[in-house]
Design a protein around this ligand. Sequence first.
Ligand code: AMX
Length: 435
Amino acid sequence: QTSLKDRLAELIPAAQSRVKEVRAEHGQKAFGPVLVDQLYGGMRGLPALIWEGSVLDPEEGIRFRGKTIPDIQAELPKAPGGDEPLPEGLFWLLVTGEIPTQDQVTALSKDWAARAEIPAFVEEIIDRCPPTLHPMSQFSLAVTALNHDSAFAAAYAKGINKKEYWGPVFEDSMDLIAKLPNIAGRIYRNVYGRGKLPAVDLNKDYSANLATLLGFGDNATFVELMRLYITIHSDHEGGNVSAHTGKLVGSALSDPFLAFAASLNGLAGPLHGLANQEVLVWLTKMQQSLGPDAEDDHVKEYVWSTLKAGQVVPGYGHAVLRKTDPRYVAQRAFALKHLPDDKLFKLVAQVYKLVPDILLAAGKAKNPWPNVDAHSGALLTHYGLREMQFYTVLFGVSRAFGVAAQLIWDRALGAPLERPKSYSTEAIARMFKDR
Ligand code: AMX
C-alpha cells in the first residue's frame, strides 16, 4: 500500500514533462481575443488559470479529474455500511487523478486524525473571539495563525531548493485539512454554547470526527451527509473567488495556511460561499411572512418582492453554470432519500419549481437555475444544525481540499508569481481611440 505522498512523488516527474510538452506544442496558440468588456466585467469567461483538480462545464457541471458527481458517488470508497463517498478518496483523486483503494483511504483518515490537534495559542485565539464575531472571521483568524508552524515557511527560511517546494507544501496542506475540524468544532461550540470539544478519534474517518466535534456524531445519517457535503463542496475549478484567491496568494510563496485563510475571506462574501447562510435567512423570513404551507402564488409574490427591492435571490444563478448545479441535484437526492417530508425541504423544492421562471421573466440573470447553496442549509437544519451563520464554515472546511490539492501541484509544477496586467479607464480610452 502506497501513501499519498509516495504516489505523488512518483507522478510528479511525468506531470512536469506533460506540462513541458503541452507548452511546447500549444504554448503560442490563442484562445481568442480579450475584450475590453471582460476587464470591466469581472473577467467572466477569460481563460487565465491552470487548475488541475476539476473543470466546470456550463451545461453539465463539475467534473473532478474527469469524473462527474454520480461517477464519484459510484467509484470512490465508502465507510463501512455507508453510501456516500469518503472525502479522503476525493482528495486522493484531486491530487493524483486516480481512484484510491479502501486501504489508501483508511490510511488518509488515520493520518489526518493524527494531525488534527491545533496549537494551544490558536485555541486561545478562538476562545478570545467575541461570540458576535462572525464564525467565518474567527475561522480565517485561526487558519492564518496556523502559519506559525508552517513546514514550508520554515524550509524557505532555511533556503530550500525550488525543486523541493512541493514536499513541505504537501505537509502543510495535510496539516491544514486535518486541523480544520478542530477549529470549526471549537468555533461552533464557543459561539453557540454547545459545551466542551471532545477529542478526535484516531480510528474514525474525517467526516465522522467533524460530526462528533460539532456535536452530531451520534447521528449516522448526519455523518453520511457530511461525507457527501465535503465531497461536493471541495472544488469547483480555479476561477471562483475562494479557489483563485488561494492560488494567487500561494503564488507569492505564502504558505498554505496564509493562502487558504485568504480563500476563506473570499468565501465569506454573500455572492460566494456566504450564499448558503443567505438562503436560509431568506427562506426563514419567507416562512415567517407567509406561514407554513404557503401557496405557490404567495411564494411567487415573495420572490418578486425580493427582486423589486434590488436584492438577489440567494442560491440562484451562477457565473459559469447554465443548468441546475449537479451539487444541488445530489443534495436533493439525499433529501428525497432521507427527509422527504421535511417542511423546509418542501419549501426548497417549491422554490425550485417557481424561481427559474421568475428569474427568466425578470430577464437579467444569465442562469435562472439553483446552485449548491440553495440546498445545503435545509439539510443541515433538518439534523438540528440550525445556526445559519455557521454554514459557510462547513463550506470552508470542504473548500480546503480543492485549494490544497492545487497548491501542491502549483509548487510541484513551478507555477510562477501571478501578475496580470491592469489598465486605467483613461489608458484604455487612449489606447483604443483610433481602433
Ligand atoms: N437574483 C437576482 N438577480 C440575479 C441573480 C439572482 N439570483 N443572479 C444574477 N442576477 C443578476 C445580477 O445581479 C446581474 O444584475 P445587474 O446587471 O443589475 O448587475 C445580472 O443578473 C447578470 O448577472 P449574471 O451574469 O447572470 O451573474 P454573474 O456572473 O454576474 O453573478 C452570481 C453570478 C452567482 C454572483 C449571481 O448569480 C448571484 O448574485 N446569485 C445569488 C448569490 C448566490 O447564490 N451566490 C452563490 C454562487 C455559488 C457560490 O459561489 N457558492
